[in-house]
Design a protein around this ligand. Structure first.
Ligand code: MG
Ligand code: MG
Length: 272
């Protein structure tokens, strides 16, 4: 059952999402060769609590940490550890925050030092595919329209679209209806309705779409050992159109990147 949100609830969700956005922005400055994912996890937990939130993943389904940290061939759900990142790594950081009873949940894949050109290209395409999907999250469209658009865009670039893990509705629970796959058929699945809030989150592999899971019961990685990227935003359906609740602008500010990629999904200009 899809739980629609009131305008007031959507503003609370924006607050939770923006704590995640700020956390990712803080981490953007700290991601570099020599730092461990566990150090980053500790920084994030402190930052989230200092901003009046609670880490949304910590203890959720018994996950042991605040961040899912998935380097290189890890797709999602990697567990932070004390192994230092090295030059040329990529690291997907997924972060959740609970505040005012509502969750924020979004993700960004960072470059560590100098990354291979083919990997950089995959990061760009994965992030672009997120916006291609968000564009389809509008009145009258269906779940399959978002999935189809992401899949088509990604596969046209020759990459693998992970099937086993999907986006989702978001609210008082981290995972609400509907499931939002990154593949699908036009015109299929549940119809989008005003007041829905979803997390759209393409997980894209440089090689095969096939995945496997580590014995830790969490970590998902590519079957062929090639890198994988993950970008996620939180979006509300407002006045029939997608309205971004999360932002990558804190990350871009930290990294000195200029981008207007989010402007079409925002009614009011974002005040950083
Ligand atoms: Mg997430
Ligand atoms: Mg999610």
């Amino acid at each position: 059952m899809i739980i629609v949100k009131t305008a007031e609830e959507i503003e609370l969700m924006r607050e939770s999402a923006l704590i995640v956005s700020k956390t990712l922005g803080m981490l953007a400055k700290e991601v570099k060769p020599g730092v461990s994912t566990l150090q980053l996890d500790t920084l994030a937990e402190t930052f989230i609590r200092d901003h009046g939130g609670v880490p949304g993943f910590l203890g959720l389904y018994d996950f042991p940490n605040s961040l899912c940290m998935s380097p290189n061939a890890q797709v999602v759900h990697g567990i932070p550890n004390d192994k230092p990142l090295v030059d040329g790594d990529i690291i997907s950081i997924d972060c959740g925050v609970l505040k005012n009873d509502f969750y924020g949940d979004h993700a960004y894949t960072f470059e560590v030092g100098e990354v291979a050109i083919e990997t950089k290209k995959m990061l760009d395409v994965t992030k672009e595919s997120l916006y291609v999907g968000i564009r389809e999250f509008k009145k009258g469209n269906r779940v399959g329209d978002v999935g189809y658009a992401i899949q088509k865009f990604t596969e046209d670039h020759g990459y693998g679209v992970v099937r086993e893990l999907v986006g989702h509705g978001l609210g008082r629970k981290m995972h609400e209806d509907p499931e939002m796959p990154n593949y699908g058929k036009r015109g299929r699945g549940k119809t989008f309705i005003e007041g829905m809030v979803v997390a759209i989150e393409p997980m894209t592999n440089l090689g095969t779409r096939r995945i496997k899971q580590l014995k830790d019961g969490w970590t998902i990685l590519t079957a062929d050992g090639k890198p994988s990227a993950h970008f996620e935003h939180n979006i509300a359906l407002v006045d029939g159109k997608p309205e971004l609740l999360s932002t990558f602008q804190y990350v871009y500010e930290a990294l000195g990147i200029e981008s207007n990629e989010e402007d079409e999904f925002r009614k009011k200009k974002l005040q950083l």
